[in-house]
Design a protein around this ligand. Structure first.
Ligand SMILES: NC(=O)c1ccc[n+]([C@@H]2O[C@H](COP(=O)([O-])OP(=O)(O)OC[C@H]3O[C@@H](n4cnc5c(N)ncnc54)[C@H](OP(=O)(O)O)[C@@H]3O)[C@@H](O)[C@H]2O)c1
Length: 316
């Protein structure tokens, strides 16, 4: 079968179409015939060897991507929650092999049934960005009704999910995006307060926020604290040394700084996303769909840092 992956660490031009053996399920795993995968910036970090120090992922080839949707074709003997023929979506653990292959094996604890009201390929757009938003807003920032929340990078994969999630919690949202996405965010997501970062410096705003979610990761805690309320929290997606030092320094202060880490999901989280989608509260945001042999164009587009929602590769 075919997979998209790499035989050594490097950049996206290291990716190739691989001919590999079909997977066999362990006791609590299922085999999924992949319909689509979606791309995330973390795929690039992984292929560059960014997770090498914390994993034994040195057995090549490594398949790229983590998000997927598809149909179960085989189950291990301890699998109870799913059956052959089920349409599922999920996310491979960041520390293990990826999802970009015609078939993958995956633990039954990392998948859920595809929401009934969306197409199978669309479900691949959900897991990583939804999981990141959920961990950042619910688990770390304890989002609740009435909170004033600023979402920076609102048009990206993470941001476009986070603004929809912040609406579910009935918060007062300020979305920060560029001129090219301003009208889209305002009209499609019905966000009243949209700030165009090419025209306005959000850090000079007089408004104070309970939560600043830096989905794009370019603000930093020292800067964001200017617009945080007295007990406000800054959550960033950028896991770097500076942000982790800020986290350590802020442990005993009122304004908090945190880094979200979304390497793994769970069936419980995916079930929640399914429920929100079926209730019409969330929609997957897909900018472009590429066929799997156009993987280089797709990753080049992601690498531009200007994606509008998600980029998909389809295997069918
Ligand atoms: N820590 C974790 O577990 C975790 C998990 C997921 C993602 N991440 C990280 O989170 C970041 C975002 O991921 P993503 O999937 O949302 O990326 P993405 O889909 O590529 O989106 C990037 C978005 O950022 C916006 N942007 C670019 N420059 C900006 C600026 N100066 N101010 C505000 N917005 C700006 C772009 O919008 P415009 O074109 O309008 O500028 C684009 O829509 C990446 O760095 C990724 O590595 C971390």
């Amino acid at each position: 079968m075919k997979a998209i992956g790499y035989n050594s660490y490097g950049d996206i031009d290291n990716l190739e179409i691989l001919e590999v053996a079909e997977p066999r399920p362990k006791r609590s795993e299922v085999i999924v015939k992949i319909e689509a995968v979606s791309l995330n910036p973390v795929d690039i970090k992984k292929m560059q060897g960014g997770f090498k120090p914390i994993t034994n992922l040195n057995k090549f080839p490594i398949f790229t991507a983590c998000d997927f949707s598809g149909e179960i074709t085989e189950i291990g003997r301890d699998v109870g929650a799913f059956k052959v023929g089920d349409k599922v979506f999920g996310m491979t653990d960041i520390l293990f092999n990826g999802s970009a292959a015609e078939k993958i094996k995956i633990s039954q604890k990392l998948i859920s049934l595809v929401p009934k009201n969306i197409k199978l390929h669309e479900a691949a757009a959900i897991p990583q960005v939804a999981n990141t938003s959920l961990l950042a807003l619910r688990n770390i920032a304890s989002i609740r009704k009435g909170h004033k929340i600023l979402i920076n990078g609102a048009s990206g994969g993470v941001g476009s999910f986070a603004i929809q999630m912040a609406k579910i919690y009935e918060t007062e949202i300020t979305a920060v995006t560029s001129d090219r996405n301003y009208e889209w965010i305002k009209n499609d997501f019905k966000i009243d307060d949209v700030v165009d970062y090419t025209k306005e410096d959000i850090l000079s705003s007089s408004k104070k926020y309970d939560i600043v979610f830096d989905a794009n990761g370019n603000l930093s805690f020292p800067n964001a604290s200017k617009i945080l309320s007295a007990n406000g929290i800054y959550v960033t997606t950028k896991n770097n040394i500076y942000n982790n030092i800020d986290v350590a320094k802020q442990l005993f202060q009122r304004k908090k700084s945190r880094v979200v880490l979304s390497g793994r999901t769970s069936t419980a989280n995916l079930d929640l996303f399914r429920m929100w989608i079926e209730d019409g509260k969330i929609k997957p945001v897909i900018e472009k769909i590429f066929s799997f042999d156009q993987y280089l164009d797709a990753y080049n587009h992601l690498k531009s840092g200007r994606a509008k929602g998600k980029i998909l590769l389809t295997f069918n």
